[in-house]
Design a protein around this ligand. Sequence first.
Ligand SMILES: Cc1ncc(C[n+]2csc(CCOP(=O)(O)OP(=O)(O)O)c2C)c(N)n1
Ligand SMILES: [Mg+2]
Length: 622
Amino acid sequence: MPEEPESGPARGAERADRSRHAGPGSTRRGHPAGRPPDPPDPASARPASTIDRRLQAEQNGADWLLAALAEEGVPVLFGNPGSTELPITDALGRQSAVRYVLALHEAPAIGMADGWAQATGALAAANVHVQPGLANAMSGILNAARCRVPLLVTVGQQVQALLPEEPFLGGELVAMARPIAKGAWEVTDPAGLAEGFALAVRTALEHPRGPVVLSIPLDVQVAPAPPPHVRVVLAPPPPPPGEALDAAAALVAAARAPVVLAGDGVTHAGAEGAVAALAERLGAPIFGEPMAATVPLRTDHPLWRGPLPPFAAEINPVLAPFDVVLAVGMPVFMVFGHSDGPALPAGAALVHLEVDPHEVGKVHTPAVGLVGDIGVGLAGLLVRLGPPTAESVERGVEAVAQAAAARAAARRRVEGAAGGERVSPAALATGLAAAIGPDDLVVDEALTSGRGLRAVIGARTPATWLAHRGSALGWGLPAAVGAALADPSRRVMALQGDGSLLFGVAALWTAAHEGVGLALVVADNGGYEILRAGLEGLTGRPEGRWPGLRLDGPRLDLQAICHGFGATTARTGDPAALGAALDDLWSRAADGPAVLVVDVEGRAAPVGYPLAGGATGVGPTP
Ligand SMILES: Cc1ncc(C[n+]2csc(CCOP(=O)(O)OP(=O)(O)O)c2C)c(N)n1
Ligand SMILES: [Mg+2]
């Protein structure tokens, strides 16, 4: 942050700015009608200190921050406060354009902001407490970075003059955030607040988007505010170079068997229609990227084949029939873990269209790399390809038939496994599929129990499907709360495992406090089944003396836990009762957070492979 001399702020202008955002046109959403108004500030009997007097100034840095957030169209600040953010808490009470939503831990605060941002496509903001708060927030920031979610995370910092003394609260923040956030800065001078905020917002919102961290020391929070923030103007990504588009179009046009791979970047670019049009023009099937955050287009598109599997050894045979692979808006590939051999078949030529230059050539060298705006790139390819050929039309007919057959087979596999006395993951998937409507938003962090749902659920769109991509558990329920807050008119269902739930369960309290209607299904299989399945993949053995995988002794009372956070709850383990229990869940969810715990039984298929050259140990077998 460049240090600039303090410029004398024009106070009158700032006051006018604040009232502009605090008027009846403010964008408050999802606020329960019956909540009592906040109590008035208690008058302090103490003589005013320097900081107190500054707090009473017409507008300080904290006031400015909130007005700037409002100017950027951010109506909600998620967070958990501490003493290094008290001027922000104080300022929140002086305005109404930005509503504070309290989270009981910073990871769910970031998860809620993430869900808000993914549901709206807009910037979301969270404020956390100095080093401890940022440390807790980092898992959420990691998830947001993986999903390219535009978040502004502000962090309070100690009065700078005190920092050399290494006080109880205060310390290095930027270095903590930098390796994971898209950007991180500290405002070291009050005059730099405006510049730092604009830089942070621009960095978060320009593609590829991502979370940024802005540390604001107490002395900057209470200093006189800079001139009002003017909404940042974003630069669109550059178009991919014309020569590269020429080369890519020539390669794709000459392909015998092209395939389109579409990732989250397609959604971020709003290019669902363009990617579908390109696949239709080529007569090519469309696969999604492994472990995507959403789906790249409506999943009832006749060319949609579903997501690629998460290991290179499994991707390779799927792509083997194709000679040209056109990957759009995704890394090629972000795999789950190690497996032998490359994901891309040796004979396949890769054309990679991606907004982030870092991704192009990172793993697989493309025959043609197209770095730039996804929508512009797709349009450029379509124009160059011209109308369909007899060959591409014939290919398309075949690709549609194959996609229909593959989807039907996947559906049959899940439905065929859904019988039995107990609720299997497959039975849960078919029950959920019947209960979830086409416009309901599903937020999936159910790991093994959520897997089959993709095969049996009706059409999903990017607006109705969010899945865990970030790797840090504790995202799902908070993200669902954030999405439900952003649009209280839609039904939202979060799917959690018993294990993953507990990383973010405190978000239920926020949902109850804010009066957010939300349905939560918890697949309770008594432990970390995916890790058992991973050990089976690693060792070849389905069982072992493996500690740390079972959540029993005592078995967790998930109903009691959720009830304690303010949700209504029910439980079932009976497949015949599942449909009625889900109906009941939706009706309870109209009034606040509602939970259905489902006892799920059944093992997941092995995940992963033995490590190359690694022994798997000679310990006792069960
Ligand atoms: C923050 C964090 N800690 C630990 C893990 C490792 N981890 C991955 S899956 C998992 C267990 C998930 O259990 P559950 O949600 O019950 O799903 P199940 O595997 O039983 O389907 C754990 C602990 C993680 N991904 N993130
Ligand atoms: Mg579990």
